[in-house]
Design a protein around this ligand. Structure first.
Ligand code: NAD
Length: 228
């Protein structure tokens, strides 16, 4: 059997049923924190301890979260499709569900990097980063997260993947954060596009099959539709 290339762009919504809150939904993280205080270079310059505490809390929450049926189905379908996941999420639930090809656009909670050398990155698992924790060269460590206003180094690779898609899917993203949202522009014309979200998402392409469901329901439904 020839396996088709399925490229999936995921956002915070796919992890919502795993108990990790989205940013923009009701009850989302924005309500408790001012995003610019915790997810921007300016916020880091102003109060690095607050930024570290915010990500330490997210990391500790992630430790106890489990992949849900949406993550698991995407991993299981690797037997039928060549699945590439491009995620805006900083959690590791795709990897823990068993997905082999996961590209993180906005960084990873379980990694830390030097504040001076972007290429000095290390795995920290679920442990904290505290003020005074240094890289080998003696510079403060920061979360390996792409903050608002910072470049997205994985974009070129993501664009290549999207251009190569035979089927494209968008799961659980409000498509509000650029440049990630712009990836839809690179989907080849003849490639079917599925969008899974329980709420209305503004899409500018007409050729989109919308599955208005939560990810755990919508992802299996999408595979049924594709296989028909
Ligand atoms: P977003 O909060 O802007 O949008 C979430 C989308 O998910 C919404 O459209 C919402 O309707 C939908 N949604 C809610 N519950 C859902 C469910 N059960 N199934 C499917 N969809 C559901 O998130 P975003 O578009 O990913 O952008 C926000 C930024 O926040 C990203 O850059 C991301 O890095 C970051 N973030 C990451 C995590 C994480 O790693 N899990 C969590 C929160 C925020």
């Amino acid at each position: 059997m020839i396996r088709k290339r399925l490229v999936v762009l995921t956002g915070a919504g796919i992890s919502a049923e795993s108990g990790i809150r989205t940013f923009r939904d009701m009850g989302g993280l924005w309500e408790e924190y001012d995003v610019m205080e915790v997810a921007s270079p300016e916020g880091w310059a102003k109060n690095p301890q607050l930024v570290l505490r915010f990500y330490n809390e997210r990391r500790s929450q992630l430790k106890n979260a489990q992949p849900n049926l949406a993550h698991k189905t995407l991993a299981e379908e690797e037997t039928n499709f060549i699945v590439h996941i491009i995620t805006q999420n900083v959690d590791n639930l795709h990897e823990r569900a068993g997905s082999s090809n996961v590209l993180h656009l906005h960084g990873e909670l379980t990694k830390a990097r030097s504040t001076v050398n972007d290429n000095s990155i290390k795995d920290i698992g679920y442990s904290e980063i505290n003020w005074g924790d240094k890289c080998e060269k003696g510079f403060q460590l920061r979360p390996h997260i792409v903050w608002f206003g910072e470049a997205v180094p994985a974009m070129d690779e993501a664009i290549k993947l999207v251009r190569s898609a035979e089927i494209f899917a968008v799961v659980g993203t409000s498509l509000n954060v650029y440049p990630a949202a712009g990836l839809l522009d690179y989907v080849p014309k003849c490639c079917p596009i599925y969008l899974i979200d329980p709420n209305d998402v503004g899409v500018w392409r007409r050729d989109v099959t919308v599955i208005k469901e939560k990810a755990s329901v919508g992802v299996p439904v999408m595979f049924e539709m594709i296989k028909k």
